[in-house]
Design a protein around this ligand. Structure first.
Ligand SMILES: Cc1cc2nc3c(=O)[nH]c(=O)nc-3n(C[C@H](O)[C@H](O)[C@H](O)COP(=O)(O)O)c2cc1C
Length: 206
């Protein structure tokens, strides 16, 4: 009896510790530096709270020889307060929040790749804000999301609608499921999956 209770308590502690770590620790990835004298035709825009989407975005930028633009949103910091705010805003389907990034002129690009974690079945709020703040002027826009479990077409579909409202041509969305706890993919496995998905769609990028 006590062994069973002890096992359950231990299991709960491990789960809480795992959850806390995934929300507070930044997953590192190699720096990305574009090496080309030609101006890039593709822009990869990324918001990442804990580093997983950043790694996938860099893989994408490398494959597409793209410029990489990072969005910061310190209000969603890697602590409990930031986590709770992220959760609240995502659940309320907020579409604007303060964001920081280097100045960017979208006119130079043919293809804009937006990369985001999934928050409550939809892209994270900073990505919505980026779209709200820009005119896509007929550019093709592709969405890449990473998540533990799933997105919904209903909530993510609204993101596509916003892109179109901001004059972008929303091509498609790709969701990379990382899984949870013991079933979670490593960043290398996620990157491999991203690369495969990009190669499968290679006609789109030309
Ligand atoms: C507030 C919040 C809500 C989340 N909701 C979902 C969800 O609805 N579906 C999902 O698959 N993952 C969800 N996740 C997990 C993240 O999308 C996933 O861990 C993502 O890969 C993290 O990316 P990042 O490390 O770039 O921030 C959520 C995470 C947070 C912080």
């Amino acid at each position: 009896m006590w062994v069973a209770i002890g096992s359950v308590v231990l299991g709960v502690i491990i789960l809480v510790f795992w959850f806390y770590r995934t929300q507070t620790v930044w997953v590192k990835s190699e720096p990305y530096l574009r090496v080309s004298i030609e101006p890039a035709k593709t822009l990869v825009v990324v918001y990442s709270r804990t580093g997983n989407t950043m790694s996938a975005a860099k893989e994408t930028a490398k494959y597409l020889n793209a410029d990489l633009l990072k969005i910061e949103a310190p209000q969603y910091s890697r602590n409990l307060k930031g986590q709770m705010l992220a959760s609240k805003h995502a659940d309320e389907e907020v579409t604007t929040t303060p964001i920081d990034h280097d100045p960017v002129d979208l006119n130079q690009y043919d293809l804009i790749f937006l990369c985001s974690p999934t928050w409550w079945f939809r892209p994270a709020v900073p990505l919505w804000s980026f779209v709200e703040n820009h005119d896509f002027n007929g550019k093709r826009v592709f969405l890449l999301m990473t998540g533990n479990s799933r997105k919904t077409d209903e909530r993510t579909g609204k993101f596509g609608t916003l892109v179109e409202k901001k004059n972008g041509k929303f091509i498609d969305a790709l969701f990379i499921k990382r899984g949870r706890v013991y079933w979670q993919k490593t960043p290398e496995q996620v990157n491999e999956e991203v690369l495969e998905a990009l190669k499968e769609r290679k006609k789109i990028w030309r």
